[in-house]
Design a protein. Structure first.
Length: 352
């Protein structure tokens, strides 16, 4: 393999402890492991946390089925609107459906577990507040379903003090008053649970994704979280380079002096964004070296300066600190979520 992503499950468990200490003992914990646990490996993460959380959450039904077939027995909430024709699978695999559209009430099989999902301002999935009364009537009409929860999703909770969070909270509380008290209420994502705890937003349960993997949502740091991955490759080739030699597509970088160039067999097909060209560093033998030239599909170059390193030498591409997904995200104008979920499945995962 050209590279390996080492996933430290102990660090993920440590991050869960940080989260648990924030929300207290009586709040249910819903671990979001959608999109292969943000690139960390959903099955492995679920197996590690299955006795420490109350729910798992995924984006699509196929992800939930994969977890069930891997032996995960904890409740699993699927965020997507149930695909037409899949309704029986929710019942067959004991998977909790999201009723995010009024049409879903009449489609689900009798006895299916489900959570009502309201759109209080995210404007993604969810029933609109003006349809709450209609949803209540449909809940009574289709009483054959097993209603166990009610939830919404904050759009701005990664920004401490954002008034839109309070607006969504107030709207959700108004909706909740219409529905039975036994429904488990949840609204918090990572930002909500860490940055808005004084606003009584934890309700009965909290959902956490990015914080579980060691990153804060947004720009405000969260003490104690530890990134759980270390991405390693090696020097495939080391060659001499002269001052003025141009490297890579477009010849966008020229050597400022004579030295050595290392070629690493990782590129944008593996998940290192082309837009990061010339902006990131790698670590070799404890020293940081600048990536230079345009990152290509399968390779990137590193300026080794005067260090003639050996072919095959280990290269750390990504981990915590100044090599973290947060650092990459800032340089690429994105968020850590996109960095980790973009690491291609062809990159071998090893679990610690």
């Amino acid at each position: 393999m050209s590279s390996t992503l080492h996933v430290n499950l102990a660090k993920i468990e440590h991050n869960l402890t940080v989260i648990s200490e924030k929300v207290g003992k009586h709040i249910k914990k819903m671990a979001v492991i959608k999109d292969d646990a943000y690139g960390h490996g959903a099955v492995k993460v679920a197996q590690r946390l299955k006795d420490k959380v109350d729910y798992f959450c995924v984006a699509e039904l196929v992800e939930a089925i994969e977890l069930r077939e891997a032996g995960i027995k904890k409740p699993i909430l699927v965020f997507e609107i149930p695909p037409r024709g899949s309704e029986l699978l929710y019942k067959q695999y004991s998977i909790t459906a999201s009723v995010s559209d009024l049409s879903v009430f009449e489609r689900l099989e009798p006895g299916t577990d489900c959570h009502l999902h309201f759109d209080t301002g995210m404007f993604r999935l969810g029933i609109l507040p003006e349809d709450a009364e209609v949803a209540l009537q449909k809940m009574k009409e289709f009483e054959r379903l097993n209603y166990t929860g009610i939830y919404t999703h904050f759009a701005n909770a990664d920004d401490p003090g954002n008034p839109r969070v309070i607006q969504q909270l107030e709207m959700f509380n108004t909706i909740r008053e219409l529905f039975p008290d036994h429904l488990m209420a949840h609204a918090c994502n990572s930002g909500g649970l860490f940055f808005y705890s004084d606003e009584n937003v934890h309700f009965d349960a909290v959902r956490f994704g990015v914080s579980l993997y060691g990153y804060a949502p947004g720009d405000t740091e969260i003490k104690g979280l530890e990134p759980a991955v270390e991405w390693k490759s090696h020097l495939l080739q080391v060659k001499r380079i002269r001052k003025g030699d141009a490297v890579g597509y477009g010849s966008r970088w020229q050597a400022p002096e004579d030295g050595w160039l290392g070629i690493v067999p990782v590129g944008y097909s593996d998940g290192v964004f082309r837009t990061l060209s010339g902006q990131i560093k790698v670590e070799i033998k404890g020293r940081l070296y600048q990536q230079v030239g345009t990152i290509s599909m399968d390779y990137m170059a590193v300026f080794l300066e005067n260090d003639k390193l050996e072919q095959g030498e280990s290269v750390v591409i990504l981990r915590g600190g100044n090599l973290s997904a947060k650092e990459w995200a800032e340089k690429a104008g994105t968020i850590p979520y996109e960095i980790t979920t973009s690491i291609h499945p062809k990159v071998e995962r090893e679990y610690i």
